[in-house]
Design a protein around this ligand. Structure first.
Ligand code: NAD
Length: 249
């Protein structure tokens, strides 16, 4: 039986990519929502809600999904900490997959970054930097994926937000050992490139993922939608959906 989806942001780049492949994944976009539409009209007739609109839409949509007891898949990025906290609190009532990136390859990049950071932790000679590039129309920076990579590096080195250097300009002085660089490049039609770089003395390691087609995020989001229906309330990542969480431990 086909899974009925309320898709928020249906007219956008990701919304269109999801709609295009929904049938081949056994799903139907039963209620497409974009600016000016009222999602409350379609909430009762859907099995799951997918949000790929803009960060402002996510919290009200999560409240609506929770009131109707519908599972949710969230792909929007760039939320304020207070929005994040409230959305996370709502996940105690409904099952929710929230991922800054739904591609299998990027979730493997998260895993590899964790492993590399763990091995190189004791080697303070390796300076970590995160570099991302996206198309010229992307609104937020750094990307949700870069944010997650920075989180992994921060946790592994026990650093705080104030130790992330977002771009460098002027007389910044020598690079402090306890710093993570973050650089957001924008231009053209780039779907999404992410590199984690560990620069040592005489050697460096670069882990790179390049997305060339939005289909990978769309397929991941539909996979997550099928997975989340029937799960217990809670906040899940794409690594949970792919079974990488237990594999990583
Ligand atoms: P887009 O600008 O092409 O599409 C967004 C769509 O949402 C537009 O059609 C817009 O009209 C609509 N929208 C805006 N506000 C709305 C509201 N309040 N209610 C309903 N619809 C609304 O953007 P995009 O490239 O498709 O990206 C959408 C979101 O998904 C962004 O936050 C982006 O960062 C994120 N994204 C996530 C992943 C991932 O794997 N998690 C991948 C790509 C993009």
């Amino acid at each position: 039986m086909s899974l009925n989806i309320l898709l928020c942001g249906a007219g956008g780049r990701m919304g269109q990519a999801i709609s295009l492949i929904s049938q081949e994944h056994g799903c139907t976009i039963s209620f497409p929502v974009d600016l000016g539409d009222d999602p409350a009209q379609g909430i009762d007739s859907c099995d799951v809600v997918i949000d790929f609109s803009l960060r402002e839409a996510t919290l009200p949509l999560a409240r609506l999904s929770s009131a109707a007891g519908k599972p949710m898949v969230i792909g929007t990025t760039g939320h304020e900490p207070s929005e994040k906290a409230e959305i996370e609190a709502i996940s105690s009532k409904i099952p929710m997959v929230w991922a800054g990136n739904f591609s299998t390859g990027v979730n493997l990049l998260f895993y590899l970054t964790e492993q590399a950071a763990r091995v190189l932790d004791g080697q303070s000679d390796f300076d970590p930097e995160v570099i991302e590039m996206h198309h010229r129309l992307k609104k937020d920076a750094p990307s949700g994926t870069a944010d997650r990579l920075l989180e992994i590096l921060k946790e592994s080195r026990e650093l705080g937000d104030d130790q992330i250097a977002h771009g460098r300009s002027g007389m910044v002085g020598a690079r402090p050992a306890k710093e993570i660089g973050s650089h957001a490049l924008r231009g053209g039609d780039v779907v999404g490139d992410h590199t984690v770089l560990f620069a040592g003395m005489g050697e460096r390691i670069e882990l790179t993922h390049r997305a060339t087609d939005r289909k990978i995020f769309a397929a991941g989001a539909l996979r997550a939608a099928k997975w989340v229906v029937g799960n217990s309330p809670g906040l899940y990542s794409m690594q949970d959906v792919l079974g990488l969480t237990s594999w990583a431990k």
